[in-house]
Ligand binder design. Sequence first.
Ligand code: ZN
Length: 238
Amino acid sequence: MKIPLTAHGREDRMYWIHDKKGTYSVRSGYKLVMADSFKHSHTTIESFWNKIWRYKILAKVRNLIWRASLNVLPTTDQLRAKRVDVDSHCPVCLMHEESVLHVFVPCEFAEKVWETVGVASSPLLAANFKDSLTATLKNHHQDQEIIAMLCWVIWMNRNETVLNTKSFTVLKVVTIAKNFLQQWQDANQPPSKPAANSNRPELVKWKPPTTSSLKLNIDAAIFEDQGKAGLGLVIRND
Ligand SMILES: [Zn+2]
C-alpha cells in the first residue's frame, strides 16, 4: 500500500524478472533451470561422492558403495533389463523383485541387520540406494564406516546365496562387518610418534647385592596352548 504509483496511470502487466524487457522466453527459462541444477550438482551431489571416497575403510568396500550408489550392481532387475532370463525374485528373501535398493534396505534380511545394529534406515522415502544412504547418514554420520562395511557383508551374503547356496545369519553378518572394520582400523593406525628422550623409561641394570647377601632374580611364563609353564631363577652373590 505504501508503494508510490506513477501519475500516468498504467495497466498492470506480467513481468518476467529474468529478462531485461520483462518478457518470458523459453531461452531465459532454460538458462534459469540450468543455472539452478548446476548449483545443486556442485553442492549436494559432488559432496556425496567426495564423502564416499573419504571413508576410512577398505578400498573394495568404498568401491561397492560407489557402484551401489550408481545403481550398477548385477541385481536381477538390472539383468532382466538387459534381457538376461533370470528369476526376478530376490535370492535372499525370495519375496520381492531384487533391486540394488531392495538388497540393502527393504529386504527382510537387510532390515534385520540394521535393526540389530540400531541403524534406522528410511526405505519409504528413498527412490534409490544413494538417496537412502544419504538419508541414513544424516542421522548416523559417525557410523558411516560401519554402515558401509555392513553393506559390503550384506552384498557378500547375497552373492554367497546365489553362487554357493550358503547364507549367513544376521548375527554373522554383523560380526564379520565389525571384525573386518576393527582389523582394518588396527592395521591402519598412524604409527605412534617416537617418545622424546625425557619420556624414555630408565634402563634397569643389574646391580650386585651387598657383601654377605644373595640376590635372586626370577621370571616366569605360561604357554597356554601347550599346557606348560616355565620358570627361571638366578641367585648370585656380590
Ligand atoms: Zn529380499
